[in-house]
Ligand binder design. Structure first.
Ligand code: SAH
Ligand code: SF4
Length: 371
């Protein structure tokens, strides 16, 4: 068996260990796994009985013994810019992912990696919420299966880009995220180019090191949000553990290794990080680095007293960066319909559950929409 086929089967085993075990026990030939793999990842089947290349008795046995999917799709809510998909997990939690319809025909899927987040950034709705758990490999894979199926069936389209900007800190679930990255990227699975897949992190340095050493050319986004160590520690507690200098050194290492720019997310919060002094500090930090700054406006929510800056303040900040030659983009507004749709969808689906889940996703939709 070639190395490539072996690697591909290893990935399949990571996602569906119980199926592989079952087939091995029955001494089913290896090519059957390839057929199942093809049916799941290229045809987006919903039941084993649809895999017509398999003998009928095997299909029936598989359907009897295993659930192909762990998610139940509760709702797919479409606005002009996005579709939010809400899933119920096997243990009764809710997870969302968002498809963003860009004007240039890109279709970006924003995936979640955890249910809530333990990092606790002050401006983030999940910061105020108890972390539930990390997503499993299957759950990471299923977000893309459902999105592909939805796009194919409704629009004859497919996901072209992925960003890890949903709920959770991907580098705190890195064992699983690493496999998901390979499954998203591998030609035998979804075949999405590594350059079209972005991991966003608050800066979990040991795992970030592992990430940048992966051989594929995945892209990196950093949730920066402050231009100096002191302020960053105040609003992002992870900075006390992994300070800004070390984070920037790691980003420089990424650039040296991959020759790719790093995206820095900077959410402008009224009176906290939005002054011209902050802009100057940010310019100093970014100058001479291969960097792109993605400015976002703070989304207000009930778990924090922070507010969104005035439009003029935002524009002054943006223009200052631009005038100093920094590559910068600004998401002015998401469009009313998608903003309200984000809230509405999860708002009512999760009425009895944690609303914060939804608010986190609303945030990341804003972050991701400029990708
Ligand atoms: N944990 C990772 C991945 C989540 S990405 C990370 O932090 O990078 C979610 C994005 O939404 C991050 O850039 C985050 O900083 C941003 N965000 C969080 N709360 C926000 C808010 N209230 N308004 C706007 N953006 C917010
Ligand atoms: Fe977690 Fe990212 Fe929110 Fe910080 S910004 S609490 S790391 S999801």
């Amino acid at each position: 068996m070639s190395q490539e086929i072996q690697d591909s089967l290893l990935l399949f085993r990571e996602i569906y260990p119980e199926i592989v075990e079952f087939l091995e026990e029955k001494k089913t030939p290896k090519f059957r796994i390839k057929q199942i793999q093809h049916a799941i990842f290229k045809e987006y089947i919903t039941q084993f009985s649809q895999i017509t290349t398999l003998p009928k008795h095997l299909r029936e046995e598989l359907d009897e013994k295993f659930n192909l999917e762990t998610f139940t799709l509760i709702e797919a809510h479409k606005t002009s810019e996005i579709t939010k998909m809400l899933f119920k997990t096997f243990d009764g939690q809710f997870v969302e992912c968002v498809i963003i319809f860009h004007n240039d025909n890109r279709r970006t899927l924003c995936v979640s990696s955890q249910i809530f987040c333990a990092v606790g950034c002050k401006f983030c709705a999940t910061g105020a919420t108890t972390f539930k758990r990390s997503l499993t490999t299957k759950e990471m894979v299923e977000q893309l299966v459902f999105a592909q199926r939805y796009l194919k069936n409704n629009f004859e389209e497919e996901v072209t880009n992925i960003v890890f900007m949903g709920m959770g800190e991907p580098l705190l679930n890195f064992n699983v995220v690493k496999i998901a990255l390979q499954v998203y990227n591998s030609q035998d699975y979804f075949g999405i180019g590594a350059r079209h897949i972005t991991v966003s992190t608050s800066g979990v340095l040991p795992k970030l090191k592992e990430f940048i050493q992966m051989q594929e050319q995945f892209r990196l986004a950093i949730s920066l949000h402050a231009p100096n160590n002191e302020l960053r520690s105040e609003i992002m507690p992870i900075n006390r553990r992994y300070p800004l200098n070390d984070l920037m050194a790691m980003c420089d290492e990424y650039v040296a290794l991959k020759n790719k720019r790093v995206s820095y997310e900077y959410v402008l919060i009224n009176g906290i990080n939005d002054s011209l002094n902050h802009a100057k500090e940010l310019v100093d930090l970014m100058q001479h680095r291969l960097a792109h700054v993605n400015l976002l406006m703070y989304n207000e929510h009930e778990f924090s007293d922070y507010t969104r800056p005035k439009y003029d303040t935002v524009m002054n900040f943006f223009n200052y960066l631009k005038s100093r030659g920094i590559e910068v983009s600004l998401r002015k507004s998401m469009g009313k319909d998608s903003e309200s749709a984000c809230g509405q969808l999860s708002g009512h689906a999760q009425k009895e559950k944690d609303k914060k889940n939804a608010q986190q996703m609303e945030r990341s939709t804003q972050a991701v929409i400029s990708y």
